[in-house]
Design a protein. Structure first.
Length: 182
């Protein structure tokens, strides 16, 4: 039996996501026994920037952090820009932090965390163009392959996915982190 068996992971995304940044972590957590759900602002399917289609399990308005053990935010400029304007997605992200649950974010996905005001005093990485946004929101931005800060796992680009996936699985396996907060 894998160490994530029985865990439910929420992937929040919308059209324009970076295909590999959704699918690679999805395969990593489900490969370790977790159940993954795709949560998006609207029902139906979403399409990645490279054409991958993925069915939506629930909307951001229907989902609750109480139902899940962790949150994953894939990148993609269009995806992240649209999600940070969806108040239900912002509130959902904030709720995962308030509950101390692990959160994985890669590339431009950190824009949602800036909007949720949960990066102040945290150390993380992202796609380099978000550096100033994250610093202005009170984060310490570093240029590293993967950064773990009390249950918050962050990476820069698809090139970092192997390290990101390993740390994501590890942090989900550890469960709630008292240092993870909104």
């Amino acid at each position: 039996m894998s160490h994530l068996t029985g865990k439910k992971i929420a992937f929040v995304s919308t059209n324009g996501f970076e295909d590999s940044e959704l699918m690679s972590p999805w395969e990593a957590v489900t490969g370790h026994g977790a159940t993954a759900h795709l949560i998006a602002p609207e029902t139906g399917t979403i399409t990645g920037k490279n054409g991958h289609e993925h069915p939506v399990d629930r909307t951001t308005g229907e989902a609750s952090a109480d139902e899940y053990d962790a949150l994953v935010l894939p990148g993609g400029v269009v995806n992240a820009d649209h999600l940070r304007l969806d108040e239900a997605a912002v509130e959902l992200a904030r709720a995962f932090f308030a509950a101390g649950k692990p959160v994985g974010v890669i590339c431009h996905g950190a824009w949602l965390l800036v909007e949720a005001d949960v990066v102040r005093g945290r150390t993380l990485t992202s796609y380099p163009s978000l550096r100033t946004d994250l610093r202005n929101a009170g984060a310490e931005w570093v240029d590293e392959e993967v950064v773990v800060d009390q249950g918050l796992v962050s990476s820069r680009t698809p090139d970092d996915l192997p390290a990101f996936n390993d740390k994501l699985v590890e942090e989900i396996g550890e469960g709630v982190h008292t240092g993870q907060h909104a």
